[in-house]
Design a protein around this ligand. Structure first.
Ligand code: SF4
Length: 451
């Protein structure tokens, strides 16, 4: 059977789709890039916020409207875990729905042998997405009490992946030519807590660093404020292939709002930021905020702007709050009007854009490594080739790009000088090719991103 798998939402969903793909391929099913060529259409959905739900429903609707009668349509993942009836009401006629981590059931349904994730032999051709970067999901689920968040309901209690399995998975990615491993979880700093082994992220990083020394970039996403220990920060600083980059979603910059969100205070957040900056003076910090949380006043929003200005984050992401049924915040009566949320969102993003530009300008004249991601160079205004990649300062799919003069294959790591700064991107020229290799293969899976 030929299948077309479409993945929406976050990086964790990308890893989940990889699990599903391996189950399907283990059952001798074949991935196809074009929906029209498939016997089975699978959408792995996102249900994190309203915009993500809407996008998921729209994608399913489009497939439903265009599919042939002999094509099956399955919808799986977060949206169907929490809002299956809503989906089926919006798009009647879907053949099957499955919630999160239902890999065994899906595999049995379509006749795949097993959904158990075995690390494949790289030589067997069971490759992942083919990109120079790969996600490594170190845990899933969450035990935190954030009042706006539906993730604990969707994903359940936090559960860590076994270190041996993660190391094997990392070696497999390395053997396929991956140059960057991006560690993801709902809360990466909780790794090991469910096994009565708190502060286990630092030893895991040490094991990963030693297991795949040929992978030059290991990146940490989704740290929780207050859970960054001195041991973790110092371990990151000491490992040559762990990049000085941390994504720590902070959600707000007003203590009153953070209390209502049941999130750690600014004092706790600042302690984590200080630990990281002390251990890694060059650290790149990304964070995410929610604007328009119930009851957010103009003064509280200004506190957020002042906090952002003071901390000078390199990268900022933001969402306007959307009430998620089943969460405490959705029951609050003092919801902020949509127009106010959007106006505050625009002000925050304008500030974030200015800080990003200033951070990028500070890089001009420096030499950095650029990991090339484009498979074909694009063309500059002057007519010369330009390869698209990223420096260590930018995480895949959420941060900026490096526009590198010249033609380099995907997966090449090129030493480059930063010639100029744009709001989010850097313009670079090669200094010397540190390494030029193109061991990755073209992606077969269409992917869309919501965060
Ligand atoms: S830590 Fe993140 S995933 Fe967990 S409840 Fe809070 S916002 Fe949701």
């Amino acid at each position: 059977m030929r299948y077309h798998l479409l993945t929406l939402g976050c990086a964790k969903n990308t890893v989940d789709s990889m699990r599903l793909e391996q189950a399907l391929r283990g059952g001798r099913h074949v991935a196809v890039a074009v929906p029209a060529e498939a016997d089975l259409l699978v959408v792995n959905t996102c249900g994190f916020i309203d915009a993500a739900k809407d996008e998921s429903i729209q994608v399913v609707r489009e497939l439903q409207a265009t599919r042939r009668p002999d094509q099956r349509l399955y919808v799986v993942g977060c949206l169907t875990q929490i809002a299956r009836d809503e989906l089926l009401a919006a798009v009647p006629g879907v053949d099957a729905t499955y919630g999160v981590e239902a890999w065994d059931a899906i595999a049995a349904d379509v006749g795949a042998a097993s959904a158990t994730f075995d690390i494949p032999d790289p030589g067997a051709g069971l490759l992942g997405s083919g990109a120079p970067s790969a996600y490594l999901k170190i845990s899933d689920g969450c035990d935190r009490p954030c009042t706006f968040c539906i993730i604990p309901t969707i994903k359940g209690r936090m559960h860590s992946m076994e270190a041996d399995r993660l190391l094997a998975e990392a070696r497999w990615h390395a053997a396929t030519g991956v140059k960057e491993l991006v560690l993801v979880a709902q809360d990466s700093t909780a790794y090991g807590e469910d096994q009565d082994a708190p502060d286990s992220l630092a030893p895991l990083l040490e094991q990963l660093s030693a297991a795949v020394p040929e992978v030059p970039w290991i990146r940490l996403m989704y740290a929780y404020p207050g859970r960054v220990t001195a041991r973790l920060a110092e371990t990151m600083a000491s490992l040559p292939n762990v990049v000085p980059y941390v994504d720590m979603p902070l959600q707000h910059g007003s203590d009153a709002v953070l209390r209502r969100m049941k999130r750690p205070s600014l004092r706790v957040a600042r302690r984590s930021l200080d630990l990281l900056r002390t251990a890694m003076p060059d650290v790149t910090l990304r964070t995410t905020f929610i604007v328009g949380f119930p009851g957010e006043t103009e003064d509280e929003f200004r506190e957020l702007l002042e906090f952002v200005e003071a901390e000078r984050f390199d990268h900022i992401g933001a969402f306007t709050y959307s009430p998620q049924p089943g969460t405490p915040a959705a029951l609050e009566s003092d919801q902020v009007p949509t127009a106010v949320k959007e106006e505050r969102y625009a002000r925050l993003m304008e500030l974030g854009q200015r800080l990003s530009l200033e951070a990028n300008r500070a890089q001009v004249g420096r030499e950095l490594d650029v990991l090339v991601e484009s498979r074909e160079p694009t063309t500059s205004r002057g007519g010369g080739p330009v390869s698209i990649g990223r420096t260590q300062r930018d995480a895949p799919e959420v941060d900026g790009l490096a526009l590198l003069k010249g033609s380099f294959p995907a997966g090449a790591l090129v030493r480059a000088r930063v010639d100029g700064a744009l709001h989010y991107d850097l313009m670079c020229s090669p200094v010397e090719p540190v390494e030029v290799s193109a061991t990755t293969r073209p992606s077969r899976r269409a992917r869309r991103r919501i965060r």
